[in-house]
Design a protein. Structure first.
Length: 110
């Protein structure tokens, strides 16, 4: 498989179980580029999987208020996809949770 889909993303708290969709990255058939959902970790200093078993440092861009009234922020990072470093840009839905919707972009450091 190119990319990954995280499974078994649940926590138990005071006898109740809460599940999340987990992180994922997959290659789009139409563009050949990767996109997915990752999570902001370590109080906003890294991006990673829901379980936190893989983390990378990130850089922050602009912050803005969407038309829904929530705060969002652009993030930039590199992620190893099947042994190849790829550049990603994402939107951190900062006031709505810890998830980052991301897509592969042309590397900005070359």
């Amino acid at each position: 498989m190119q990319g990954f889909i995280e499974e078994h993303c649940a926590i138990e708290h005071e006898g109740a179980t809460f599940e999340a969709g987990g992180a994922w990255l997959a290659k789009r058939v139409d563009t050949g580029k990767y996109e997915g959902i990752l999570y902001m970790l370590d109080n906003g200093s890294s991006i990673g999987t829901w379980h936190g078993d893989k983390k990378v440092r990130c850089s922050f861009g602009e912050s803005w208020i969407s038309n829904f009234g929530d705060e969002r922020m652009t993030v930039w990072f590199h992620w190893d996809v099947d042994g190849v470093q790829k550049a990603f840009m994402g939107t951190w839905y900062k006031s709505a949770g810890d998830y980052v919707r991301c897509k592969e972009v042309k590397d900005w450091k070359k």
